[in-house]
Structure formats: C-alpha cells, structure tokens
Ligand binder design. Structure first.
Ligand SMILES: C[S@@+](CC[C@H](N)C(=O)[O-])C[C@H]1O[C@@H](n2cnc3c(N)ncnc32)[C@H](O)[C@@H]1O
Length: 251
C-alpha cells in the first residue's frame, strides 16, 4: 500500500536540517557522474537534493506524487513531474543517474518494489543511487520512542518495518517498508544490467552496522552484465563500504 505522508508529517519531518542535506549531497556529488550530468530524483519531496545538486551544475528533474509538495518544489525553480513513482515509464527519455533518497524505496509488495526498481533502472543510462533503511538497525531498535514531539512506534516483522507516528494533535500516520539486504538488491540489479558498486552507511566510507539506520547503495550500468556468469559478488560486500575509483566516474 502506498504510504500516506500527511500534512502533519510534512510539517514535522518533511524538511531535514540543511546540514543533514548538505552531507547527503556531498556524498551524491562524490559518486554521481560529474556535472552537468542529468539526474532524476525519485521522489523529490520539496526538492532539497534536487535544489542543491542544481546549484552544483547538475540538470535535475524531480518526480513527486503529492501535488502541493510538487508545486512548492516547482515554485523554487525545479523541474518536477507530478507523478506516481510506479508510473516512471510515463516519463520520456533517460538520465545519467537516478537517485532515490530517504527510504523512498520498498513501500510496496515485493513484486511492485521489483517493478519500481526495474523502472528506475530503465531510466538511468549510467547510475542508480538508493538510500534505504538498514534492516540490522531496525531489528535492534524496535519499540516506542519520541521523535520531534511525535510518539513513534516501530516493529520489524519478518522483513518488513512497520511504524506509526502519533502527533500531538491526535492524528496518526502509518508506514511500512520492505527491508532489503544489499544482496537482494544486487539480485534485482543483475537482470536489468546494473552492478552493485558501493554499499555504505551514513553517506560516508563507513560500512553499515546495526547502529546505522540508513544504507546507501550505488549501482552502475554494467554493459557486460548480461554476458557474464551471473554469480553474486562477494558476500563481504553486504557489510563493507566499497568506493569507486575516481577513474570509474563516467564524466
Ligand atoms: C521521505 S520523503 C523523501 C523525499 C526526498 N527524496 C527527500 O529525501 O527529501 C517521501 C516523498 O515521497 C512522496 N511519495 C509518496 N508516495 C509516492 C509515490 N507513489 N510516487 C511518488 N512520490 C511519492 C511523498 O509525497 C514524499 O514527498
């Protein structure tokens, strides 16, 4: 089921502090093809990454389902398509890179998530960057807590994270994610010609651990992927950070 991001969610959580976004954008700038590469931001929200990448010379296009959020991003000068990310095939053309930030992948059943992954892969000529929730962290950090004055309850059942947010005004949001391990995503990438090149945490060189809530994965277009023996890469990749050599940057 598609998550419903309520006005209360956007008001409370929708605009991470600038230092957080700057750190995330610094990471993106290290791994993305060089400007003026084209980047598709799926979904872009208010456009915090899109805006910062534009300032660095990237040509960024956003996709966002919420009309008011898309309108605000557009008002800030960004090119934003009001579109459900399950309908990416309605967009024309391809981009040098696709980014999917802040756990915006995994909201659906496995089949639909696979279709979304394949659609993002079809939209990139070169690279896909995913920023997902880390299963190991959420398995060890379940239960009730407080986040910006909002009561948060989170539980992992099998491979799905379910959270509820109870706002001070009595309203509630519920969200659910399929928590993917890197090797599962690597397997999704192989048939669509993407090779998993980097797995890391905290938008840095650090490997993911049970103390890091988010994991970043960088996939590159692998022109030889379909011809090679389709064996998974070393299992050590699951927990290690791999950095692409600067010579592997495509632009
Ligand atoms: C957690 S926010 C992330 C936004 C942005 N990537 C960022 O890091 O700030 C998730 C965004 O996805 C949008 N969204 C939810 N379901 C969507 C869908 N099916 N298609 C496109 N956008 C969607 C929400 O409106 C919200 O702006």
């Amino acid at each position: 089921m598609n998550p419903k991001f309520s006005p209360a969610w956007f008001a409370t959580f929708g605009r991470p502090d600038p230092a957080t976004t700057a750190r995330e954008v610094d990471f993106l700038a290290r791994v993305l093809p060089r400007p003026p590469a084209s980047v598709l931001d799926v979904p872009c929200g208010f456009g915090r990454h899109a805006h910062a990448l534009s300032l660095r010379g990237y040509q960024v296009t956003g996709v966002e389902r919420d009309p008011a959020v898309a309108a605000e991003a557009r008002a800030a000068g960004l090119a934003v398509h009001e579109l459900d990310l399950r309908c990416l095939d309605e967009l024309t053309g391809t981009f040098d890179a696709v980014i999917c930030m802040w756990a915006s992948f995994g909201w659906f059943d496995d089949e639909t998530n696979g279709e979304v992954f394949a659609a993002m892969a079809a939209k990139t000529a070169d690279m896909l960057v995913l920023d997902i929730y880390n299963q190991a962290f959420f398995r060890t950090h379940q239960g009730r807590g407080e986040n910006r004055g909002v009561r948060e309850d989170r539980h992992v059942e099998h491979n799905r994270l379910r959270t509820t947010l109870d706002y001070p005004d009595g309203s509630r949001d519920s969200f659910e994610w399929r928590l993917y391990e890197p090797d599962e995503l690597e397997a999704l990438g192989r048939p669509v010609g993407l090779r998993l090149d980097l797995v890391c945490a905290d938008f840095s060189e650090k490997p993911p651990t049970s103390e890091t809530p988010r994991t970043q994965l960088v996939f590159r277009r692998d022109t030889q992927a379909r011809c090679e023996n389709q064996q998974p890469a070393s299992s050590s990749r699951k927990t290690q950070a791999f950095w692409p050599d600067s010579s592997t940057r495509s632009k």
